[in-house]
Design a protein. Structure first.
Lengths: 114, 114
């Protein structure tokens, strides 16, 4: 069964610092990979997705992620954190062969300090 | 373009009752998926519908059911509510039955069972 591991349930950075949120997946076939963000009392917003095209994926709000097959990783980065980036971030995986089901990681709560 | 609309936003029910939640997908999206989000279990897949047919089902008891109408709107029903059913229920829509385009999520229905 495919799974997703997000390293670090809480990450704290200073405003203007690099944001790095880690995600590793286990899948026997190349998956589709996603990062979603969730603000309090809201649903999930898609930040970016990897669907077997370019390995470096750019998303909204200045975020990007790099698919590394050899490391089974899909880490999310942003060069300079903003206060508005404070939220919970979820990595998710889906295999083409398993249809629509998304398997989510446990989430990483990002705190941005002034 | 209207997003995914979930109603109601908040709901309080008593143990043993049943509840119906509604989801209207983005216009043109024929795939609707449901997820349950709780602090303890995280985000878990409930089921997916496409063209009024259930195509995929998660590991939930039979008390959880759903359906999709010809206009792609979907409902999920939970019968004989238990305290543990308290959660945020999220609906997501997509143009097709795999994850290639990612999913657009609604703001969710917060169900509290007392």
């Amino acid at each position: 069964a495919q799974s997703v591991t997000q390293l670090g349930s809480h990450v704290s950075v200073s405003e203007g610092a690099l944001v790095l949120l880690r995600c590793n997946y286990s899948s026997s076939v190349p998956p589709y990979l996603f990062w979603y963000v969730q603000y309090p009392n809201q649903g999930l917003q898609l930040l970016l997705k990897y669907t077997s095209a370019a390995t470096l994926v750019k998303g909204i709000n200045g975020f990007e992620a790099e698919f590394k097959k050899s490391e089974t990783s899909f880490h999310l980065t942003k060069p300079s954190a903003h206060m508005s980036d404070a939220a919970e971030y979820f990595c998710a995986v889906s295999k083409e062969t398993s249809g629509s089901r998304l398997t989510f990681g446990e989430g990483t709560q990002l705190t941005v300090n002034p | 373009k209207a997003g995914v609309t979930q109603t109601p936003r908040y709901l309080i029910k008593t143990r043993g009752q049943q509840v119906t939640l509604s989801c209207s997908p983005i216009s043109g999206h024929r795939s609707v998926s449901w997820y349950q989000q709780t602090p303890g279990q995280g985000l878990q897949f409930l089921f997916e519908y496409f063209s009024e047919t259930q195509r995929n089902k998660g590991n939930f008891p039979g008390r959880f059911s759903g359906r999709q109408f010809s206009n792609s709107r979907s409902e999920m029903n939970v019968s004989t509510l238990e305290l543990g059913d308290s959660a945020l229920y999220l609906c997501a829509s997509s143009p097709r039955t795999d994850a290639f385009y990612g999913y657009t999520f609604g703001s969710g229905t917060r169900l509290t069972v007392v």
